[in-house]
Design a protein around this ligand. Structure first.
Ligand code: FAD
Length: 307
């Protein structure tokens, strides 16, 4: 969710913080780099990890009252924070109240802050299929739902029955049926804070599921950059091709900007080497995109989100 300031000065300049009376620990100038996979970028003006939905609601409402822009950070595996940071509130749903996973019959409920890999493992352990091919995708359930994370084996959106979310005025709503749209690495959940979801899965033999999950895990490990943590996926796969193939065909694999380079064997991933800046990564993605456009006439859509 991203709520833009409606104009004028965001409150908070001068005396105290606009969050002082909320009973929520709010950090000032929190470095965001450690909260992202790439490990680059500047600080958030305000940062908090609310303990429960009520505390989150107070923060969200206060942001709206003071026209303070607000963003949620999940696992930080798909965001690029600019060097200037983010001049608003960044919320992370890391508290236990947002990370619970529960299985009942063929229904799995998960909090938005739960790690996707834990949700996949819980489903497989309970003998439920539908998520096992998502095992190698980093990040949280919230991030996965907003971007409809997935791959060749299917997307998370295929399994979603209900999403519980908070709107910009702090109201908790349930979205289901026609109110939920999932597309290719996209969903219509970009105007809310996702709090949790109910997924409907199918009963299947646990041993078979475990084998399928392990196979997917092994494939992912060969398809994703191994041994480096400071990486991000650059582009969405266009219809009928892969971003990796196009980057390679366009001869863009050797492009390097400062300390940002393309991961040798996996050319749809940017790697931030020590000393890399946010601008290095942004410029590299722009240059690769331009090269593919010039040489192949294809406009790649960035996967990574620039804040
Ligand atoms: C090595 C690697 C492999 C990857 N492989 C895949 C893959 O196979 N398939 C795939 O689809 N993606 C893949 N990705 C991209 C990324 O992992 C996914 O997009 C992931 O779902 C992002 O989740 P996150 O929690 O890290 O989100 P973040 O990066 O933290 O956030 C992404 C967006 O979601 C928003 N968001 C996060 N949580 C919430 C919430 N609770 N409410 C509202 N908005 C929220 C953020 O504001 C931001 O706009 C890969 C990335 C890496 C680094």
């Amino acid at each position: 969710m991203s709520v833009k300031a409606a104009g004028g000065d965001a409150a908070g300049s001068g005396e105290g913080s606009p969050f002082d009376d909320l009973g929520v620990a709010v950090g000032l100038a929190e470095p965001l780099a450690p909260h992202t996979w790439l490990g680059v970028g500047g600080p958030a003006k305000w940062f908090c990890e609310p303990v429960d939905v009520a505390a989150l609601g107070r923060v969200v409402k206060r942001c709206q009252e003071h026209s303070i822009p607000l963003r949620v950070i999940g696992g930080g595996s798909n965001v690029l924070v600019p060097a200037a940071g983010f001049a608003g509130m960044v919320v992370r749903l890391s508290a236990p109240a947002f990370s619970a996973i529960a299985v009942e019959g063929t229904t799995l409920q998960a909090g938005a802050g739960a790690k996707l890999v834990h949700v996949v493992a819980a489903a497989v352990q309970a003998g439920l299929s539908g998520l096992e091919t998502l095992v190698g995708i980093p990040g949280t359930v919230g991030g996965a739902l907003v971007g409809n994370a997935g791959g060749r084996g299917g997307d998370i959106g295929d399994t979603v029955r209900t999403v519980t979310a908070m709107t910009a005025d702090g109201t908790v709503v349930e979205r289901t049926g026609a109110d939920l749209t999932f597309g290719s690495r996209w969903s219509n959940l970009d105007d809310v804070i996702v709090i949790g979801c109910r997924l409907v899965l199918e009963a299947e033999d646990t041993d078979l599921l475990t084998k399928r999950m392990q196979k997917r895990w092994i494939v992912d490990r060969t398809e994703q950059p191994a041994g480096v943590r400071t990486v991000a996926m650059m582009f969405k796969d266009p219809h009928g091709s892969t971003a990796e193939a196009l980057v390679t065909q366009a001869g863009a694999r050797d492009i390097r900007v400062g300390e940002a380079s393309i991961h040798g064997p996996r050319s749809n991933y940017v790697v931030a080497q020590p000393g890399c800046t946010s601008d290095d990564v942004r410029l590299l993605v722009e240059q690769v995109r331009a090269r593919v456009r010039e040489r192949l006439g294809v406009e790649l859509t960035p996967q990574i989100e620039l804040w």
